[in-house]
Write a protein that binds this ligand. Structure first.
Ligand code: 6GU
Length: 244
């Protein structure tokens, strides 16, 4: 998968070279290119924003440098068509289902807005451009960030860890696709490692007995209990599990 990111803060993305993502990049499983939006300006102060039409607080990102940046990126793809992802608190919610769906996109371009957002004509224009495979305006949750950079890091990590070969892609990710940890209606229960006793707290005895059937049953029950307690919104989606 190819991932391009356009931002006025390229340094924000140095964490992508660490750990999981760094290894995936080194292995050629993902190719990440970071672009500084200010290099697509032509004035001496590299200005990327302007006052909003209609008035109001803050500034809006100009469509002009965005157009130049995105056209150049698409033109570098040898006829391939990227998907434009625009992180915004007013977007559709990005969740585990979206992350899974995006793993089949060969090329994602993230447009990180700052200030009050990007001039709406950018999303409108690329939605109807045959050089692009579509535009997705997405939010990572119900809170407001200062810009799309942190949201982009979140989405890139959520998608990349699902790509074949990226994690120890085996159990930890495949296990995500059903039952506990799926984010499909259940959160994971508690996990434990050595020592068996720590500061007076014991590891639950069922985990020490080695009876895999009992362990699976216990873990499923723990997931149900925890989901009912802290995620009533998820519990309500699985009435058959009686999580309420
Ligand atoms: Cl994607 N961007 C911004 N700026 N704030 C957000 C968000 C995105 N998702 C939640 N809050």
């Amino acid at each position: 998968m190819r991932i391009d990111v356009v931002t006025i803060f390229p340094d924000y993305f140095t964490p992508l070279t660490l750990s999981l993502l760094g290894k995936a990049m080194a292995a050629g499983l993902i190719e990440v290119r970071i672009h500084d939006l200010r290099t697509f300006t032509h004035d001496r102060h590299n200005i990327v924003d302007d006052t909003p039409y209609g008035g109001g607080p803050g500034m809006v990102m100009s469509p002009v440098p965005w157009g130049e940046a995105l056209d150049e990126i698409a033109a570098s793809g040898q006829g391939r068509q990227p998907v434009l992802v625009v992180p915004t608190p007013s977007g559709a919610v990005f969740n585990q289902q979206a992350a899974q769906a995006w793993t089949t996109d060969p090329w994602l371009v993230f447009a990180c807005g700052r200030y009050e957002g990007i001039d709406a004509r950018v999303a409108a224009h690329y939605s109807k451009s045959s050089d692009w495979a579509g535009v997705r305006e997405v939010s990572i949750g119900d809170y407001v960030l200062a810009g799309g950079e942190a949201a982009t890091l979140v989405m890139v990590e959520a998608v990349a860890r699902l790509l074949p070969g990226v994690v120890g892609n085996e159990a930890s990710v495949i296990d995500d696709s059903f039952a506990a940890g799926s984010m499909e209606h259940l959160v994971e229960g508690p996990v434990f490692t050595k020592p068996q006793e720590w500061r007076g707290l014991e590891v639950p005895e069922v985990l020490l007995r080695g009876h895999h059937g009992q362990i699976a049953t216990w873990r499923a029950e723990q997931a149900r209990l925890r989901t009912a307690r802290i995620r009533p919104d998820l519990a309500a989606l699985s009435p058959e599990l009686d999580l309420g």
